[in-house]
Design a protein around this ligand. Structure first.
Ligand SMILES: Nc1ncnc2c1ncn2[C@@H]1O[C@H](COP(=O)(O)OP(=O)(O)OP(=O)(O)O)[C@@H](O)[C@H]1O
Length: 306
């Protein structure tokens, strides 16, 4: 469990994190999203004691990180895969970490195998690693102490498609075994597939949080009938904003139960009824963070200048 309570962090007059409160619960993967500069890394750095908060607090497993009796074995952290010592081999990095944590050397081989780094790769200096290999090594380091909590900043960065799927399965398995996973990512599809809960931050403030299902349900329902026009009309008559799309599909701004009930009451047989997907998380993300996106800032500036 990670508990963030009224956390603020300012650099000079700039509020990088502004009164942020959320929980990452055990047994769940919590996706932490936000545009560049939104405050994700700062929040994670405070979590692991690398940056002091200006106010508020973060508890990991019920304590501040610095008060954890054995942090390496309680919390696995990957904040910057490129921050590893470039002159050491992957095996050396893991071995030093294992010895520091009082773990047997056998754990190093187990972790190398778990992240699919070959003995040959483990013997190379990190400066010769690809970004994806550095991520795998970083994840191996995070998992080394068999922690209960994982805090990962952009762990999928640089991974190939098979690597992304591997990481997805790994994090899912970790959470299903009761672990807590907090991960930030700009790969919205990945977050959409893996996360149970979402925390969206923009300009240092939380703009949305909740279960993925809740947040995406509020983004709409995709419903399809043979006669899409009649379906859209029935939904609109019930006061639901409904936008017809191709093939009889309608995007309705309501939840599954309400949309299904309206169609049933109107005697319309449905061919499909589900939470709208595809670009949904992306759309939700872009609309929630529109005021904090530098691109829309540019638009506004251009508009103001015109
Ligand atoms: N040490 C620092 N000194 C001054 N400003 C900082 C410092 N660290 C972060 N900031 C500022 O705080 C804000 C939040 O940065 P942060 O790195 O937390 O964002 P982020 O959400 O992780 O962004 P990204 O997605 O680009 O990694 C940014 O405006 C950044 O410039």
């Amino acid at each position: 469990m990670i508990t963030v309570e009224s956390l603020s962090k300012s650099y000079g007059s700039h509020a990088a994190v502004d009164d942020v409160t959320f929980i990452a619960a055990p047994g769940r993967v919590t996706g932490f999203l936000g545009p560049n500069g939104a405050g994700k890394s700062t929040t994670m750095r405070v979590m692991v004691g690398l940056t002091p908060p200006s106010s508020g607090d973060v508890h990991v497993l019920g304590r501040r990180f610095e008060d954890l009796p054995d942090p390496g074995r309680e919390v696995g952290v990957l904040l910057d895969a490129s921050a590893q010592h470039a002159g050491r081999t992957g095996r050396e990095i893991l071995t030093i970490a294992a010895l520091t944590m009082g773990l047997p050397r056998s754990r190093v081989d187990a972790m190398l195998e778990r992240v699919s780094l070959t003995p040959d790769e483990a013997g190379r200096r990190v400066r010769n690693y690809s970004l994806g290999m550095r991520q795998r090594l970083g994840i191996a380091t995070a998992l080394l102490g068999d922690p209960e909590v994982l805090i990962l900043d952009e762990p999928a960065n640089g991974l190939d498609p098979a690597g992304i799927r591997w990481m997805r399965d790994l994090l899912r398995g970790f959470a299903d075994d009761g672990g807590t996973v907090l991960l930030s990512s700009h790969l919205l599809h990945e977050i959409e597939v893996i996360a149970d809960d979402l925390v969206v931050i923009g300009n240092g403030r939380i703009v949305a949080q909740g279960t993925k299902d809740e947040l995406l349900a509020s983004a709409g329902t995709l419903v399809r009938a043979a006669d899409g026009t009649a379906l859209a009309a029935a939904l609109q008559a019930a006061g639901i904003t409904a936008t017809p799309s191709s093939g009889g599909a309608v995007l309705a701004e309501s939840d599954l139960t309400t949309v299904g009930t309206v169609a049933f009451d109107a005697g319309i047989a449905l061919l499909e009824l589900r939470a709208a997907d595809g670009a949904r998380l992306e759309e939700m993300f872009l609309s929630l963070t529109a005021d904090t996106q530098r691109e829309s800032v540019q638009h506004r500036t251009e508009g103001a200048a015109a």
